[in-house]
Write a protein that binds this ligand. Structure first.
Ligand SMILES: Nc1ncnc2c1ncn2[C@@H]1O[C@H](COP(=O)(O)OP(=O)(O)OP(=O)(O)O)[C@@H](O)[C@H]1O
Length: 234
């Protein structure tokens, strides 16, 4: 059984039908990329998985539990955490305090030493306020918060947006480390090259429909699909 099974979900904003019979699966320890042009429905899909939006039909099973009707905070407690695009790091408190707050809402938080081993940069910056951090460091705090809550599945919405190439590389390494440590990652990213280089598999969304699902190398070997659905982004 896969860690996450999504079967035929349909999501709406009011009357606007955004996701059409979306099905996919994510296995333990995988890094899976969700790709597609602006407006394809990638963020809507992540929000539906995390319970921030409710699908009007279809099923979502996480670790064997049906979650499609569950509120977001309960889904988070089961071990599925969304790291939203805005990062939402508290600027007025330190890195360590940001992590402490996240740990307080966890069922079984990880130790700080474990977190700082994975994020040595945050160890160096643990006494700095959130607002003093670079964009890349804020992204690390956002991911570390999901990790300290012992998330099994971490959904990352455009984690590399606006970041310099060197910090993107650091973050990619961290994501691959997390997968090696037994966590599973789904990443939505406009930086197609970066997403494909870190993902084992990928799904391609076009106007709310899945038009490709398979190994990252398989997609890379199909330039006609890359051009048709990703265009200049590829
Ligand atoms: N709150 C909302 N109310 C109504 N429509 C929305 C809302 N949020 C998004 N949409 C619409 O849903 C569609 C999918 O948006 P979504 O943000 O999921 O796409 P995306 O693939 O993540 O694109 P991007 O990379 O631009 O964020 C778009 O047509 C968008 O205009």
């Amino acid at each position: 059984m896969s860690l996450l099974e999504v079967d035929g979900i349909n999501t709406f904003y009011g009357d606007s039908h955004i996701l059409f019979d979306v099905s996919l699966e994510v296995k333990e320890n995988e890094v899976v990329a969700l790709l597609g042009r602006n407006g394809a429905g990638k963020s809507t899909l992540l929000k539906t998985l995390a319970g921030a939006l409710t699908a009007r039909s279809g099923n979502i099973t996480f670790s064997g539990t049906p979650i499609q009707k569950m509120p977001a905070h309960l889904i988070a407690r089961l071990g599925l955490q969304l790291v939203p695009e805005e990062r939402r790091v508290f600027g007025g408190i330190t890195v360590h305090e940001n992590l402490k707050l996240a740990a307080m809402t966890a069922k079984k938080p990880l130790s700080f030493s474990e977190i700082y081993r994975t994020f040595p940069r945050l160890d160096e910056r643990r006494g700095n306020k959130g607002r003093e951090l670079s964009g890349g460091e804020q992204q690390m705090v956002a991911i570390a918060r999901a990790m300290i809550r012992d998330a099994q599945l971490i959904l990352l919405d455009e984690p590399f947006e606006g970041l310099a190439p060197l910090i993107v590389r650091d973050l990619m390494n961290i994501c691959q480390d997390l997968a090696r440590q037994g966590r599973t990652i789904v990443v939505v990213e406009q930086n197609v090259a970066a997403a494909l280089s870190m993902a084992d598999r990928c799904y391609l969304l076009n106007t709310g429909h899945i038009v490709f699902g398979g190994a990252s190398e398989e997609l890379q070997s199909k330039p006609e699909i890359m051009n048709r659905y990703l265009g200049a982004a590829a």
